[in-house]
Write a protein that binds this ligand. Structure first.
Ligand SMILES: C=CC1=C(C)c2cc3[nH]c(cc4nc(cc5[nH]c(cc1n2)c(C)c5CCC(=O)O)C(CCC(=O)O)=C4C)c(C)c3C=C
Ligand SMILES: [Fe+2]
Length: 421
């Protein structure tokens, strides 16, 4: 393709920042990271700004959770390993551009030859980076015989067991490769996934995807805790980007874990969890609060006053009963009752319309990152599935487990290089 009309154009360069008056987010701490910093993510100065793409870890994990999600799982349809590697390289180049507020390719939506399909789809023209992060993960099914990866499947990528009560739909579960796109503008997140799918035409096909809004977990102490669709603050006792020691211990994989290619990476579990919202809405406030073990207004542990007061599972009320019941969600999920297992939760609300019976098809698209799901998500979820009072109101319908490789170091690197090298 000729470059004659195609001077490099960015969304920004062409159409201006469009960021005037953008809200300031976080605590006003400006992103200051450089390549391969130990703590790669700070806070963008505004919700229009970009987060760095290159670094030791992928962005989109400890990055302060953005408001919108477009998550996609692909099946790889090419059987050719070289073609798959080439696609990962093309995707990486596009992701490096998109996350910085540029178009997917150097010609862009309108700068290429008129007789060729544009190398950007155009719907984000004029929009800023909007805090877009793109995070890739590899599912267990990629590690079969097709690409010679069978010997490289990490032990931590073991299939999840069947949990009591789950009703998984295979068509919206699993996948060879996933990409999590998070941004403050839904059009920017959707544009990114759409362009990755376009670039992957003939090599991958979309298996399933999910839109989300109103991040349901804060991942930084500078963020206010958001609320889930049950109306409760969600993410109060989440792993946060400021917890450096816990992140090293509980989030990032190391070479000593057994798969050297995953050093600096992490494991992502996704669960689409439908809520019986209409039933929940007819449940008394007192019962709702007992189910979670926190109050609805402040998000304080029952028996305490403020959101971040320490939980006391031994404390009892005047009736001699524990403030936080045996089957309360936070009692069952708390690290102190789970061999100190922590999760970095980064989920989103979803409403996929209604079900034709007058009920909203709504819930939580749960996403959790961790160093080893066998020691973290699996035991916690097994306990919840068996005992959680919340189970009366929720149903797990989709599941995913992905190994998210380390970050892309620089423009010569690509997503998954350590796996394919
Ligand atoms: C297996 C992991 C978890 C699933 C699945 C899950 C589903 C789920 N959670 C909420 C709402 C809340 N969860 C809260 C706390 C909390 N949840 C988990 C794990 C899972 N939740 C953990 C590890 C924790 C932290 C427990 C603690 O340390 O105290 C809370 C309280 C506020 C908070 O700390 O985030 C709420 C509210 C829903 C609605 C849901 C499924 C639909
Ligand atoms: Fe929870």
């Amino acid at each position: 393709m000729s470059d004659s009309r195609g001077a490099r154009m960015s969304r920004r360069g062409l159409f201006g920042l469009g960021a005037a008056g953008a809200a300031v987010v976080g605590a006003g701490v400006v992103a200051s990271n450089t390549l391969l910093d130990e703590a790669p993510v700070a806070h963008a100065a505004s919700i229009s700004d970009p987060f760095p793409f290159y670094g030791e870890h992928q962005a989109g994990v400890v990055t302060p959770a953005q408001d919108r999600l477009h998550f996609v799982a692909f099946d790889v349809i090419t059987k050719n390993r070289a073609e798959l590697v080439e696609l990962l390289q093309e995707w990486t180049a596009a992701a490096a551009r998109l996350t910085q507020g540029k178009e997917a390719g150097s010609f862009g939506a309108v700068g290429g030859a008129p007789e060729a399909a544009p190398d950007d789809t155009g719907e984000a023209l004029g929009l800023p980076a909007s805090g877009l992060t793109l995070t890739i993960g590899f599912g267990a099914s990629l590690f079969d015989e097709r690409f010679g990866l069978a010997g490289k499947r990490p032990a931590a990528l073991a299939d999840l067991p069947k949990f009591p009560g789950e009703q998984l739909i295979p068509e919206i579960s699993g996948g060879d490769i996933c990409v999590q796109a998070c941004a403050h503008d839904p059009q920017v997140a959707v544009h990114a996934i759409r362009n990755l799918a376009r670039i992957g035409f003939g090599k991958v096909s979309v298996r399933w995807s999910q839109l989300g809004f109103g991040c349901t977990s804060s991942t930084s102490r500078a963020q206010a805790t958001p609320r889930n669709l049950m109306g409760f603050k969600d993410g109060t006792n989440n792993l946060k980007l400021e917890d450096a020691e816990l992140l090293r211990d509980q989030l990032w994989a190391s070479a000593q874990d057994g798969s050297a290619w995953m050093a600096g990476g992490t494991y992502m579990v996704t669960r689409k969890i439908r809520m019986a919202i209409e039933t929940w809405d007819r449940t008394s406030l007192a019962e709702q609060e007992q189910i979670f073990g926190r109050n609805k207004g402040e998000g304080a542990p029952l028996g305490k006053q403020a959101e971040f007061d320490a939980v006391d599972f031994a404390a009892k009320g005047a009736d001699g009963q524990p403030h936080i019941k045996a089957d309360a969600h936070v009692r069952l999920a708390h690290p102190s009752n789970n061999s100190n297992a922590h999760l970095l939760r980064r989920g989103y609300n979803f409403v996929d319309g209604s079900d034709g019976l007058g009920r909203l098809d709504a819930g939580l698209f749960f996403i959790a990152y961790q160093r080893d799901p066998r020691k973290q998500f699996v035991p916690v979820q097994m306990k919840l599935a068996k005992n959680d009072a919340l189970n009366e109101y929720i149903k797990h319908v989709s599941s995913g487990l992905f190994a998210c490789p380390p970050g892309v170091r620089d423009a010569g690197d690509y997503w998954g290089r350590t796996l394919f090298e």
